[in-house]
Design a protein around this ligand. Structure first.
Ligand SMILES: [Zn+2]
Length: 218
């Protein structure tokens, strides 16, 4: 509608003054209204039609400063890039032109940031999964009786003596990872405490084991 009206009377001397006239007591021009409403395409249209971005409302604000969002503000900067000498842009408070190169750079940076974020999230997801798996295996190991743990350890020793990899039974992960005999915590990266044939993550686990060992084994 607006486009038709603007296109229909491009030489009408009334149009420029209409475009820049205050609409009411707020002193808003059409350009203020379009900017405040976040209608970037209308802002662009009005600027192209000759609406003056330096006109202030009743609170001394040019249209750029009442724009609803960045994409609307960018319309003013794009217009400035194409028409550097059309207005006093410092009066319009448009901070600077937005060139296609700047926009391309910004878009590229945004894409890179997004890719980096996605990669970070993927790493965190994998780590959480790994931690969950480790916790489950630890719980499974801790739930075994001493006799079952010994059987697993014997199986591992036998496999090592035969020079064969540990058998691919469902418990292979438990057999392969060196774990605290008492609580099942992985001993990887720890300096374990040893007692007889057994390894423990802490003296507390060692003592727990000795307490239990005093009682009849299950
Ligand atoms: Zn332990």
């Amino acid at each position: 509608m607006l486009k038709l009206w603007l296109a229909a009377s491009p030489v009408d001397p009334e149009v420029p003054s209409l475009l820049s006239a205050p609409l009411g007591s707020s002193g808003f021009t059409l350009l203020h209204a379009a900017a405040a409403a976040g209608r970037g395409s209308v802002v662009c249209l009005l600027l192209e039609a000759g609406a003056d971005p330096t006109i202030q409302d009743s609170r001394a604000r040019p249209p750029y400063t009442v724009a609803a969002d960045k994409s609307t503000r960018n319309e003013f900067r794009r217009f400035m890039e194409k028409n550097p000498d059309a207005y006093d842009y410092s009066k319009a408070q448009v901070p600077g032109p937005l060139t296609p190169e700047m926009e391309a750079r910004q878009a590229l940076r945004k894409r890179e940031q997004k890719a980096a974020r996605r990669q970070r999230e993927e790493q965190q997801r994998k780590q959480r999964e790994q931690e969950k798996r480790e916790q489950e295996e630890q719980q499974r190991f801790a739930a075994l009786s001493d006799r079952e743990k010994r059987a697993l350890a014997a199986e591992r020793r036998l496999a090592a003596q035969l020079g064969a990899p540990a058998p691919l039974v469902p418990d292979s992960a438990i057999i392969n990872a060196r774990r605290c005999w008492s609580c099942g915590t992985s001993l990887q990266g720890l300096i374990p405490f040893h007692y007889l044939d057994f390894s423990f993550c802490s003296t507390r686990c060692l003592q727990d084991h000795r307490c239990r060992a005093g009682k009849p084994s299950s």
